[in-house]
Design a protein around this ligand. Structure first.
Ligand code: NI
Length: 224
């Protein structure tokens, strides 16, 4: 009888505790690809670790690497726009930006099978607010944790910067543009998974925190 009571107490503790624990979600995002040199290795790591990510691609690179672009989509990752030529949006006229985004959107639609609804401006630099067309046609995704992987070839430093800064709902900025970024990604995944984090795409991250991704709105992170 006493054994039964202990078992019941343990079950209740586990069950109540389990239902109270909120899952910790984060999104890895990679800008400026696809890269003929690094994206395939990155996709291998994400596939091996079963981690979906979000890629903000450049149109000129999609044109250069259509098979890699298709592979990104086929392997369950999300794709967003990063501009056709990686020009700063603040330096383009509305008409040029329209051309830049619609050209890239069509190309990714043809190559990956669906036109993106997300956009990330190069450098995170937007034209003067409030947002106006054509940016109001997309959800603008910035970030809350900057790996600064573009500024360092020290993968351990990149890992530390991300792992020390991250909290649930964060959007992590990285680039598939160097071997240190690719190596850091594997370590960031391992370390954060050990801390109980689950990696999902940006759209899934919004949904996990009850946020609807609206066109014409800017997002840095989700949750509190
Ligand atoms: Ni960029």
């Amino acid at each position: 009888m006493r054994k039964l009571a202990v078992l019941l107490a343990l079950w209740l503790l586990f069950d109540v505790g389990g239902s109270c624990v909120q899952k910790k979600y984060v999104a890895l995002t990679f800008d400026d690809g696809p890269s003929g040199k690094y994206t395939a290795a990155l996709l291998d790591i994400l596939s091996e670790k079963k981690v979906p990510a979000t890629f903000f691609l450049c149109g000129y690179r999609v044109e250069q690497y259509p098979a890699l672009t298709a592979r990104i989509a086929q392997e369950g990752h999300e794709i967003g726009l990063h501009g056709f030529a990686h020009a700063y949006f603040s330096e383009l006229s509305d008409a040029s930006l329209q051309e830049e985004l619609s050209r890239e959107c069509c190309l990714i639609g043809e190559t990956a099978g669906f036109p993106p609804k997300l956009v990330r401006p190069p450098g995170g630099i937007l034209p003067a607010l409030p947002l106006h067309p054509p940016l109001t046609d997309y959800s603008v995704i910035l970030w809350s944790v900057d790996s600064r992987d573009w500024a360092s070839n020290d993968s351990a430093a990149i890992v530390r910067r991300v792992v020390n800064a991250v909290s649930p709902g964060d959007i992590i900025l990285m680039h598939d543009a160097s071997s240190s970024s690719v190596n850091a990604t594997a370590q960031i995944i391992d370390s954060l998974q050990q801390q109980g984090f689950t990696f999902i795409t940006v759209s899934s991250l919004a949904a996990a925190y009850g946020v609807s991704l609206d066109a014409g709105c800017i997002y840095h992170k989700f949750g509190s």
